[in-house]
Design a protein. Sequence first.
Lengths: 592, 239
Amino acid sequence: MQHQDADIVIVGGGGAGLRAAIAAAEHARKEGIEQRILMLSKVYPMRSHTVAAEGGAAAVTSEEDTLEAHFEDTVAGSDWLAEQGVVDYFIRHAHRELVQLERWGCPWSRKPDGSIQVRRFGGMKTARTWFAADKTGFHILHTLFQTSLKYPEIERLDEYFVLDVATVGGEVAGVIALQVATGELIALRAKSVIIATGGAGRLFQFNTNAGIVTGDGMAMAFRHGVALRDMEFVQYHPTGLPGTGILITEACRGEGGLLLNKDGYRYLQDYGLGPETPLGEPKNKYMELGPRDKLSQAFWQEQKAGRTGKFADSDVVYLDLRHLGKAYLHERLPFICELAQAYINVDPVTEPIPIRPAVHYTMGGIETDAQCETSLKGLYAAGECASVGLHGANRLGSNSLSELLVFGRLAGEQASQRATATAYADIESLQQQVQDQEKQVARLREANGSETWVGLKREMVQAMEDGCGIYRDEQGMQRALDTIRELKSRYQDIKLSDRSRIYNTELLQCIELGFGLDIAEATCLAALGRRESRGAHQRLDEGLQERDDINFLQHSLVFFNVDAPAQLRWQDVDTRFSAPAVRAYGDAGKGA
Amino acid sequence: MTTKRLSIQRYLPEQSKTPFWQEFEVPFDDSTSILEALNHIKEDMDGSLSYRWSCRMAICGSCGVMVNGEPKLGCKSFLREYPGTISIEPLAHFPVQKDLIIDMEIFLEHLAAVQPYLINDSQDSNQTHKQTPAQLAKYLTFSDCINCGLCYSACPQFGLNPEFLGPAALTLAHRYNLDSRDQGKAQRMVQLNREEGVWTCTFVGYCSEVCPKSVDPAAAVNQGKVESAKDLLINLFKR
Ligand SMILES: Cc1cc2nc3c(=O)[nH]c(=O)nc-3n(C[C@H](O)[C@H](O)[C@H](O)COP(=O)(O)OP(=O)(O)OC[C@H]3O[C@@H](n4cnc5c(N)ncnc54)[C@H](O)[C@@H]3O)c2cc1C
Ligand code: SF4
Ligand code: FES
């Protein structure tokens, strides 16, 4: 059995993982200690899904903007389910992180005088979103990756698939990983482990996420008794391309794009987001710059009313950018022009882009405290896989790239700190766990049942789309939960067609599906339990269509059980600065 | 739905050391990409087919393959563009590990070799640098590289000598050399001036033709040659 030791192991090489790695290295240097930092990723770091983020990263920047305003927007955006102490920490540290990226070479878009340019984003009172054209995530990820090469103490194991975290005596002891190129298992003993594995958008059929966004890390923590928090809140982005789900960034609307129904009417004014703003004068929190949950819900209503158009098999509305002109579009939104042309053969300069909502972001995740540590000592989580408490019931666009940086850094520093004062766990116990994993993987590779991962996956994504969509009701969610539980038992009877060791991608997809089913169950359970409507969780059931602060100003927590169904509990929300108020946009939200 | 024939080069090292060809008939419409066709084969026809992919939107750089002998991103090439049977092979000039999966390590080594990060003496400031749109425009296109490796498959020199730093790494070096915030050019020129640096390039220009992100690595390498010539000349006089 192969084995290696590292003070800090980081699972995931996206924005959060890379930021954590650099922070840990810096921290150790500052303390004058030597630490080995090992980053594992199932794909090369620059393939991580952070690369696909388009629009930008938020931080209070301009003279007129205030920290209070960013705080209020985030808390109202969360429908008061954010942890307010965490939001406070976030808004105070976001700017410094974006500056840090600039110091590392990120090609942020600039004003003529050479200072940073910001753009408007939905749900934000004012323009505070830093951007690098419409490839912000791409530039952030490559800047972080390239900067990480400066630090010899950061070592990488690229294309290593982490199967499980190892624990000894109720504390984290390392991770167990599979080297994709060989199929060999390896034990990595560590004093601290950071999970930074990203979201779980691939639980749903129609989504903006990359194929690797399967929620692995969430399931690993969950299976070790760490709670998954607020999993019922799944963000639908209002503007995905029909067919593929490829994202058309919100920055299009920030730059002045219009949303039209099939009659060319700006329907958002009918959904509490008006009055209509004049062409070329986008206004924060009005119309197209309302928050994502409201916009996706408006689509659903228009679809029901028969006012959506058709593109191939999809019902669509239209994003009109034509008035912005070719030169401006090619400067500010070049990637969008490229994507629309390549994937649906539409030139945004001359034609409106057909779009529809698609699952985009997992608000919930691995429960951590405000320092990114989970209930399992020594295990940290950061980025989209984590629920540090920033997003509550609805995430504001451009808050999450900043989150990766602010909390990636914090997790890295905390993990490094812990590693200075902790010893490695006993290796024998770790090796036992690796042998157990080895048996499980071998069993799966040879599995010869009657189900295929493809069949089960298709049923899972369909069930989640049907039961946990933009609007939900009791029956639909119950059906989804029943289906997921049935799929979990059928998963035991799976069959693989590829029995090889080298690059057995079928085996990995099968393991990812196993992770996915656990999280899907948690999502359904939390959704059923939340008998109110809040943020991204909107119920059609009689009497449950409004927010209910008396009973549900609470986080949901789902706990895993080995031989029994998972269990739902509730947790108080930190509302120390701002008491829940009505969440209003457009003129109705004036002064808010 | 109409179908199209894909002929795929397979390589299953645990079974045989020789690659073989296998044909699949896949349904397609106007929007079906090569990647979607591969996914269809994997999910519905042959679960052992192995290839890399992730974003399916031409930004993560995972899915490079040879399509009818040309390096392409699978997710940004469409079946409709090819009449007749389409041949799919792993990217040329890289060692193959399994089916369409190549060994990328050498590519990553080359990237790391050019010190692709800002080098300057202004430590720990909490202020942003000023950089005008014109200064940004100098290097911005060269920073758009998604590390897909297509240009290495297009480059005959890399095919002959994998030690050649190659188009993407040289472009990345150039990107940082052109950045108004950077002072590391002297350090990077050491790599560029080497025999495996810019001078290996014979200016075929095919790299820029195949680049899916219009990065124009050939231009970067050429500009790098001018810089290297200057640098070598200066060093000569210094001696
Ligand atoms: C299309 C799109 C556009 C977006 N645009 C914006 C935007 O404009 N602004 C904004 O703020 N947010 C945006 N977001 C959200 C934001 O990009 C993501 O929340 C964020 O990038 C997630 O980063 P991460 O580091 O947590 O995870 P990721 O970047 O997804 O990285 C996860 C890492 O974990 C690794 N991993 C996963 N499982 C395993 C395993 N089992 N073993 C080993 N490694 C594993 C992966 O290899 C990867 O390296 C967007 C999201 C999408 C989908
Ligand atoms: S320069 Fe172009 S072809 Fe070469 S790796 Fe970069 S994106 Fe790919
Ligand atoms: S799958 Fe990401 S570039 Fe093709």
